[in-house]
Design a protein around this ligand. Structure first.
Ligand code: BTN
Length: 250
């Protein structure tokens, strides 16, 4: 793996996309930024990061051939790598969850996020950029991020950005190296299910533009959220069809 560290940048995901246009190395490239100024979040949102407090990095996988059907396995690998890492370094009696599909929660507050961007050809992903942001040492957040929390706020500890980066890229690389996974995906799929935020609970969501209250049952093997509605029965919801209701975090 090629490792690059930079002081300031706008977005590590964007940097690696540009890098991929000019460089044809097939090796995985990991890029760490100590200060990411215009980080991108899911659904076109901004990702808040502070210099030397937030962990922001991306990994570029080039010249790959991953069928669309296996892309959810990538999400599972990155999520579990991240949750394992968080459990190890916080050493606290705190539960980490994945708020489907990509938000990592410390109890009911968000401490990390994942943004995976892909380039495809027909039914295959040929290039992939995995972006990860973790609130490591932040001591406060802007008012609009009232559901955010940092590891320092949880444990009182200060964390090394470089050590965290090294540990995470190694964990992610190891898990992704096992794809395609068959059978029970070496327990990873089950672990993902167990880590689902609000699993087996009633939640309020907007599904196909309609507000409904449903039981969150799990995810299916293609990564859609499985919900049980009194009227509609079992629903398999895709990312585009579903929005969480923020009351859920109170
Ligand atoms: C989210 O939860 O909305 C996803 C956040 C992903 C943020 C990371 S930080 C490093 C990488 N570069 C970006 O521009 N975004 C991702």
């Amino acid at each position: 793996m090629i490792i690059i560290k930079c002081h300031t940048t706008s977005s590590t995901n964007d940097d690696l996309r540009e890098y991929a246009l000019e460089n044809h190395s097939e090796e995985t490239i990991a890029l760490l930024a100590f200060h990411q100024k215009k980080g991108k979040g899911q659904r076109g949102r901004f990702w808040h990061a502070e210099e030397n407090k937030s962990l922001t990095f991306s990994m570029l996988y080039k010249s790959i051939e991953i069928p669309f059907a296996q892309i959810f396995q990538i999400h599972v690998c990155v999520t579990i790598a991240l949750i394992d890492f968080l459990n190890e370094i916080t050493k606290q009696e705190i539960n980490f969850y994945v708020k489907w599909p990509n938000d990592i929660m410390a109890e009911n507050k968000k401490c990390a996020g994942i943004l995976i961007e892909t380039k495809s050809s027909e039914r295959t992903v040929i290039e992939m950029i995995i972006g990860v942001g973790v609130n490591l040492n932040n001591t406060e957040f802007p008012n609009q991020l009232m559901h955010a929390v940092s590891l320092k706020q949880i444990s009182g500890e200060h964390y090394s950005i470089e050590d965290s980066f090294n540990s995470l890229i190694e964990r992610i690389e190891k898990k992704i190296g096992r794809i395609p996974m068959r059978d029970n995906w070496n327990g990873l799929f089950e672990k993902y299910q167990q880590s689902l935020f609000k699993r087996k609970q009633q939640i309020k969501v907007t599904y196909k533009n309609k507000a409904i209250e449903v039981e969150l049952q799990g995810v299916d093997e293609s990564g859609r959220l499985v919900l049980k509605d009194r009227e509609l029965g079992i629903i398999h919801a895709s990312y585009e069809e579903l929005k969480w209701n923020y009351d859920i975090l109170r």
